[in-house]
Design a protein around this ligand. Structure first.
Ligand SMILES: O=C(O)CC1=CCC(=O)O1
Length: 93
């Protein structure tokens, strides 16, 4: 199943720089592992914002929740999920 996800990152301005760097490094490793597994086919920066839009490809809502809640930045993000269905007018399904 495909899901469109928007993640807005809200790190505290006074967060310790080493804690911040460690979180970002772990986020990168986590999402790159999911990308290599084919579970995170699109990851785009929202221009001008500390936010991304992504498309993830997982079996069901439970795998989606596990993927998102495992993100090291999970506690610092607002996440909006939109389930995607096939558009009937698309030519290459
Ligand atoms: O948008 C960000 O920087 C947060 C994030 C989610 C997955 C990732 O690699 O970074």
């Amino acid at each position: 199943m495909l899901y469109h996800i928007r993640m807005d990152v809200n790190l505290p301005a006074d967060m310790d720089p080493e804690v911040r760097a460690d979180l970002l490094a772990r986020e990168r490793a986590y999402s790159q592992k999911a990308q290599r597994e084919g579970r995170w086919p699109h990851l785009w920066r929202v221009a001008g914002e500390f936010a991304n839009v992504s498309v993830v490809d997982v079996a069901d809502h439970d795998e989606l929740h596990a993927l998102l809640s495992g993100l090291p930045l999970f506690a610092y993000m607002d996440i909006e999920v939109t389930p995607l269905a096939v558009h009937p007018n698309k030519i290459d399904q």
